[in-house]
Design a protein around this ligand. Structure first.
Ligand code: MRU
Length: 317
């Protein structure tokens, strides 16, 4: 089943807010609905947001009205993952060629996501096995960079999937990923469906899992990679990179080329989404600064694996 798809002129997407208890889909016929789904993380994860942006422009064009205004609203539904604006802009560029061209481009972005993530998954698995001198490879991951964050397959979990298919996977440690639990709700659900042995740990235990030698590599996705190689990903990624550097464990980022943002020189220039404090403290009258993402400096990243290349220790843009 695809996380997001284009069926009969509308978007069908898994409602990720309901997982793991209920597997159900949303039928999205209008940009308003899509913006709402993105804001409340029913549709989430950088590559899936890129596809949502692309399909959203097709939806706007199909429905008539001011497509550029609808595209601008989509672009700014969430600020951090560059893929969203990338997907919107890819399809908007075809607007002058008519509806068929717009829909064809959006569907191309959708199909291409599957192909590119599969490619990067196997490239990442080969790199890890070479680097570590064989398997089984025990992996630590954070948030959800799986099929649910893409159309199918996944980025970091795409690497895990490829390791599994190559017979080189050991155990997977999954950070629960406060406050919305993308790790314990979504990644654990995906790994269970894949039949992969895994264990959830609280976020603050992540560095300890590394320090104790339980993980041979940390593999995560990214929401934006700046031109200097700084990596923006789910809050809590940076401490894992620090722990991995201290322990001499590879810290690997798996992301499609569309996550690289050559126009942003470094991570400090990336707008970090700050979400509703209620996600952290509920309705208690306590102040909470709910940063959704953090920046891992380029020098802590061992390798960035994309669908086209492996980047080790040099600028990416
Ligand atoms: O807030 P989310 O759930 O959209 O955050 C997602 C992440 O941080 C993922 O790690 C990232 O988008 C990469 S997904 C392949």
């Amino acid at each position: 089943m695809r996380t997001i798809d284009w069926v009969d002129g509308r978007i069908i997407a898994i409602d990720q807010t309901r997982l793991p208890d209920v597997l159900t889909t949303l039928r999205i016929d209008a940009v308003d609905q899509l913006v709402d789904a993105i804001r409340r993380l029913a549709v989430r994860g950088a590559p899936a947001l890129g596809v949502a942006g692309a399909l959203g422009v097709a939806l706007a064009a199909r429905n008539g009205g001011d497509v550029r205004a609808e595209a601008a609203r989509l672009r700014s539904a969430r600020p951090t993952a560059v893929n969203l604006a990338w997907g919107v802009d890819r399809v908007l560029a075809r607007l002058g060629e008519g509806l068929d061209a717009v829909v064809a481009e959006a569907v191309h972005v959708l199909e291409d996501d599957v192909r590119r993530n599969r490619e990067l998954g196997f490239r990442g698995a080969r790199w890890l096995v070479d680097r570590l001198g064989g398997g089984p490879v025990n992996v630590q991951t954070h948030c959800n960079a799986g099929a649910l964050a893409c159309v199918e397959w996944g980025t970091a979990l795409g690497v895990v999937r490829a390791l599994r298919d190559s017979g080189a996977l050991g155990h997977v440690y999954v950070d629960e990923t406060r406050p919305l639990l993308q790790g314990s709700r979504l990644t654990a659900w995906e790994l269970a469906r894949m039949g992969v042995a895994h264990t959830v740990v609280v976020d603050s235990a992540g560095p300890t899992v590394i320090a104790r030698g339980l993980a041979d590599a940390v593999v995560v996705g990214a929401d934006r990679i700046a031109a200097n190689g700084d990596v923006v990903n789910k809050i809590g990624t940076y401490p894992l990179a620090l722990a991995a550097a201290r322990a001499g464990v590879p810290f690997v980022v798996a992301a499609p080329e569309s996550t690289i943002d050559p126009a942003t020189p470094d991570g400090a220039r990336v707008e970090i989404e700050v979400r509703d404090p209620a996600e952290v403290v509920g309705d208690r009258p306590t102040a909470a600064l709910n940063y959704a993402f953090d920046v891992t400096p380029a020098d802590l990243v061992t390798a960035i694996i994309t669908d086209e290349r492996i980047i080790c220790g040099k600028p990416v843009g």
